[in-house]
Design a protein. Structure first.
Length: 276
């Protein structure tokens, strides 16, 4: 069978080699990990041997290749993709969508959002719109909304983030790690755009944080008309998904770092409810 190729015309052997090198593994290390001979792996990477469908999936699994890219590897080897990609509102994902909505709602009165691989806002709970009222450039809130652009662009939340240099460095480090894991060119472009955004010097020293989180978490401190809200954040992903959409979905949940923030958020949620 003649192998199909991806749009960039890379062979399956080169793709495997590139992912192995991206994971900083030698041929010998990877061969031992997958439990095949180094010679067999060398033949696959050089194109002298065509891997079976099962071997492609096995190598991709050990290399922690994202599901979207595993489909591309299968195509390059001449096999049909095996991982479906559905919209989040597809009936087949109804149970997953219900779980997402339940988790978002359960997190109130604290903010929580669901984002895709490119940090596009997919869903949020009732607290988030009130915080987004701080965004001056309303074009940033037109779908598809990119959470990182909203956070770091001058017309977004950036002027209101008290510890902007620290929070910006944290987000860019996360994005850089994501690029290392996925080799996604769209994320590379996003990284370059955000890296070019100016950081107001006044943000470097404005405000203090009275809890020592150094080396544990990076706080997110947002200045609102009523108070400075201090948050700690966590990220949740679906375990062992077999659908591309779910594999690329993450939930960002924000917890109050102090009692004053918790109370302020309860007031904000009550205000949102009273306006409905």
């Amino acid at each position: 069978m003649n192998a199909l190729v991806t749009s960039d015309a890379r062979s399956i052997g080169k793709q495997i080699r590139d992912w192995r090198q991206r994971r900083r593994m030698s041929q010998l290390e990877f061969a031992l990990d997958v439990k095949i001979s180094q010679k067999h792996l060398s033949f696959i990477e050089s194109g002298r041997s065509s891997p079976s469908r099962e071997m492609v999936l096995r190598l991709a699994e050990h290399l922690k290749v994202p599901l979207r890219e595993r489909n591309m590897m299968l195509l390059a080897a001449g096999y049909a993709p095996v991982f479906p990609e559905r919209r989040l509102d597809d009936p087949a994902l109804q149970a997953a969508r219900a779980a997402i909505d339940l988790l978002l709602k359960a997190h109130e009165p604290f903010p929580a959002i669901a984002i895709d691989r490119h940090w596009t806002l997919m869903a949020s709970n009732a607290v988030v719109p009130a915080l987004l009222e701080l965004v001056a450039d309303k074009s940033l809130l037109e779908p598809p909304v990119n959470v990182l652009r909203v956070s770091l662009m001058p017309g977004g939340l950036a002027p209101h983030i008290v510890n902007l240099p620290e929070w910006r460095a944290h987000l860019l480090a996360r994005l850089r790690h994501q690029i290392d894991m996925t080799a996604d060119p769209k994320l590379e472009m996003l990284f370059r755009d955000l890296q070019a955004c100016p950081v107001p010097a006044t943000h470097a020293t404005e405000g203090t944080f009275d809890i020592d989180h150094a080396g544990i978490v990076v706080p997110f401190r947002l200045k609102t008309p009523g108070a400075i809200l201090s948050f700690l954040s966590t990220t949740t992903v679906f375990g062992t998904p077999v659908d591309i959409t779910l594999s690329e979905l993450a939930m960002e949940t924000f917890f109050p770092a102090d009692a004053a923030t918790a109370e302020a958020l309860r007031v904000i949620l009550e205000g949102q409810s009273s306006h409905k």
